[in-house]
Write a protein that binds this ligand. Sequence first.
Ligand SMILES: NC(=O)c1ccc[n+]([C@@H]2O[C@H](COP(=O)([O-])OP(=O)(O)OC[C@H]3O[C@@H](n4cnc5c(N)ncnc54)[C@H](OP(=O)(O)O)[C@@H]3O)[C@@H](O)[C@H]2O)c1
Length: 179
Amino acid sequence: MTGSSMKLVFVVARARNGIIGRDGALPWRLPSELKRFKSTTWGRPMIMGRKTFQSIGRPLPGRDTIVVTRDAGFAAQGVDVARAIDEAVRMGELRARARGVDEIMVVGGAEIYAALADRADRIVLTEVNLAPQGDAVFATPDPAVWRRVSTETVEPAPGDEAAYAVHVYERLTPNPPPH
Ligand SMILES: NC(=O)c1ccc[n+]([C@@H]2O[C@H](COP(=O)([O-])OP(=O)(O)OC[C@H]3O[C@@H](n4cnc5c(N)ncnc54)[C@H](OP(=O)(O)O)[C@@H]3O)[C@@H](O)[C@H]2O)c1
């Protein structure tokens, strides 16, 4: 949770077995899901870990990219660099305000989701109907903490490797007001 009505929104795609990544990349090919990712994040700031940024390879258009790294020498064109999670959230708030939106999108990877898990307000979770090998995971949202508010099932579009469902979860007990 962040200041005022600002929301931290996780956007994540996970397989049935919880895997979200393998060898620094996505372990599936789902072009229609990438299109959804684009529209879900469009016009908003996105916080991502340095490894996820490097796997994408460039700032994505129409959004602000905030890269979290402990590497003091890290620099990349067209992105904001945060040296700590709190700094990334503060940058996200500033960027969101400047754009007139009230959501900061947290787009991974596993380390960044884990670091912000207690502060997330909403999770947009794509559940991919695959069970691949991998090295990055995202846990099933704990029903004691998260309430599923919607589900949309999606059949594979041309080029998609699998069907998937998109679930939206809201935190049962809203996070405390801003510090
Ligand atoms: N399926 C999905 O929805 C999805 C979404 C995103 C990513 N992924 C996948 O997930 C994998 C990458 O995830 P990952 O967990 O390995 O890496 P990551 O979270 O993308 O990045 C980890 C890096 O972030 C920096 N970092 C993490 N915590 C920090 C903190 N508290 N303060 C400052 N910097 C911090 C560190 O960078 P430095 O080492 O530079 O210090 C760390 O090495 C890839 O396979 C990717 O394709 C999947």
